[in-house]
Design a protein around this ligand. Sequence first.
Ligand code: ASP
Length: 343
Amino acid sequence: MKSNVFILYTGGTFGMKKTRKGLVPSSWDEIINYLPAIKNQNYFDFFSEINFTYDVLEPVVDSSNMNPQSWNRIAEKIKDNYGNYDGFIIIHGTDTLSYTASALSFMFENLNKPIVMTGSQLPIFHPRTDGIVNLSNAIYIAGYQSFDIDCIPEVCICFNDDVLRGNRSIKTSTNDFEGFSSPNFENLAYLEQNITLNHNLIQKRNKANLKLLPNFSENVVNVTVFPGYSPNTLISVVKNQKIDGIVLKTYGSGNLPNTPEWNKLIKACEENNTLIFATTQCPNGKIEIGQYASSEILKSKCVISGRDITSEAALTKLMWVIGNYPYQERHHILSQNIRGEMT
Ligand code: ASP
């Protein structure tokens, strides 16, 4: 069966070339010459059933330059083309790929088609590149109906032999071809000799109209507790009403030092409508407020347990919730599992 697949190139190592200043992204016109199976669809029979359309998010960047405006530009491209394609592929740098994947997952309500994000550890121009395999795998997931695969109507990451839920993923290696993992959630699919889908985990298709909620607040901070850290500077920022939300990376299952400063921080947040989204520093496991006496302090109306959410998903969710909803609704939405981001 024919599939229409939309490929958006945004930059990243996938298309990078060495310069005197280090690696920089090159143009899609150069890259496509290294992708004969896509450039010439009759090169392999496999892709002859797929109609590809390519687009480029200009200027192409190292993904350290991605920000909420870039997320919006990517989302607009998908929204504008949504009706005409069966699946979408976004080629993106790996450094902030999990942030973009998480952000897109929150922005799109009622997603009914795959948005597959991919990239690579070695450029497409390198003889040992992982880019061709990663992109080919992404084509299988986005063009699922041409390969008799079920639809994964989610923002997912295709990297090495993993298909991960985007908002559960983290970049775990700068070097390994297995660059991403999802420590608290099993793979949506495995890309081995056979492609095996974890059907019971994949979100159900939603026939309602796609809705884009595009706003993100940048008035948030990400704070990691460490032995000797004092929240005094944070307290003054909260009191000056400079921030609306804090992702607080606590120890273990939600523990903080038993010092008066931490009580002062919670009080300042309560008085200034600043929300604390509590997450754990451990890649694996979850927040359980009340398990230890050291987490009692988090039993406050300004604190929301992030349970087993990743830092990337916690930050983008907090930015998105503050950007799109009034204060009275934020606590409730943050505490709900809205896109499969927390258990
Ligand atoms: N710095 C690169 C980027 O994120 C890393 C990569 O793509 O692997 O754009």
